[in-house]
Ligand binder design. Sequence first.
Ligand code: MN3
Length: 251
Amino acid sequence: MTLNRRNFLILLGAGVGAITTGACGAFGDSLLTPSKEGDSTLASNAKPYVELPPLPYAYSALDPHIDERTMQFHHDKHHAAYVKNLNDALDKHPELKSKTPEQLLRDIKSVPSDIRTTVRNNGGGHVNHSMFWKIMKPSGGGEPTGPISDAIKQTFGSFDAFKKQFNDAGSTRFGSGWVWLVRTGTGKLEVISTANQDSPFMDGSYPIMGNDVWEHAYYLKYQNRRADYLSAWWNVLNWDEINKRFAQATG
Ligand code: MN3
């Protein structure tokens, strides 16, 4: 009985050991993954030039105007790709990392020609989308508030007239691009549209607010109905954030 019990305990010990070892092996791999990444980040001394900013609300928060799946793909895949491509490009010219992405766009002609198009497309993509997430919020929309409200009325006559001009510019932008309210270098408010990920910063203007009219921004929910997406978008606007940007544009 004693022997049996002893043998049993030995077997149990071996068994526990085996289970523990097995568990270590199984969990060891998944535990190693983040620390490996951490090590390689340290090794290359590379805090990435830019990081994907977290979405300031849930993917589903803008429903029904912008659906959850669109937000998920748009933020986690499209914006993430611009961030990665911009970081990869800047690794080729680390001396440029002391400039902000906005500064690179403002002075795009001074960016070395081997990465200029990449910075234009992906730096633009990063800056445009970083603005885009923040000027939207759940239960947003309504009439503009604060100084931007007065400026819109002064420039366009009324909020409705501004909205119409903005939506028309968004509808008629052929292919992929953005529609913007900008403050130009001479201090005028204007509605413009740009192709691809081109940023108003490239023309010396400040983007106060902009809507993404790439198909990836609306196709899952609206398919070819860009005009419906454009009019729904006004229901999610964050006028507080737009006023902040207006202050930055004039400051
Ligand atoms: Mn987009």
